[in-house]
Design a protein. Sequence first.
Length: 239
Amino acid sequence: MIRIQPRDHHEHAIWETVLSLSRIQPRGWALIGAQMVSLLGIECGKTHNRRSLDIDVLANVRILQNITEQMSDSLQSMGFKFSGASPDGVGHRFENGMSKIDLLAPDGVGPRANITTVYPAHTVQVPGGSQALSRTEAIEIILHESTGSILRPSLLGAIILKAHAVDIDDVPESQLEDLAFLLSLVENARSLAGQMGKRDRRQLRRRVALLDPGHDAWIGITDFSAGCRNLRVLLRQDQ
C-alpha cells in the first residue's frame, strides 16, 4: 500500500477527489497526467518538482460503452460543474473551485465510439492512451485515514504516454520534464526495453534530445544521469 503525504491542503484535496471518484466509479478509467507522474514517483520514494492542481482521467471506452457519460454524471454528483463546450462541441473539463478534472478518451477508438461527456458535448482522444490503458495497474493507496484502489498506467505506459504528450501539449516543456522524471525512476531499463513494441520505440525516439544530460528537462532531477542512461537503453543505443 502506498502512503500519500500531501505537501499542502491543495494536494490533499486532489487525492481526496481521486479516491472519491474511485469509490463511485471503481473501474473503467485510469489516472493519467501530472498526478499519474506524481504517484509513480511516490511509489519509488521520489518527489517530482513540477506540481499541478489538475487531474486527468482516461476513460476506457473500449470496455465500457457509456463510461464517459457515467463518469460525467459521477463528477457532477461530487459537486463538479461542467465547464461547457467549445463551438465544435468539445467539452471535457469539470471544476469545483479548487480542482479541475479533464475527462479524456484513448486514441484509435473509431468514429462510432461513444465519447459523449455532457450531451451533446464530447471529449477528445489522447494519443498513446490506448497503450496506457492496456498497461494499467491497480495501486492501493492510503491518504491519512482513507484508503482506496486507483488505476494508473505502468511506468512504461506512462513513459510512452508522456512521449506522445510532448507533441500535443500547449506547454511541451512541462511534458518533457515529466518524461525526464519518469525515465529517472526506471530501475531495470533492459527489462523494460524487452516489453516495448516497435511503435513504443518509434515514439520514444522522437525524444532523443533528452539523451543530452544538459537538457533543461533534467534540471532539478537528482538522478538525471541514470535517466539519460535509461533512455539510451530503451532506445537500444547502448549496444
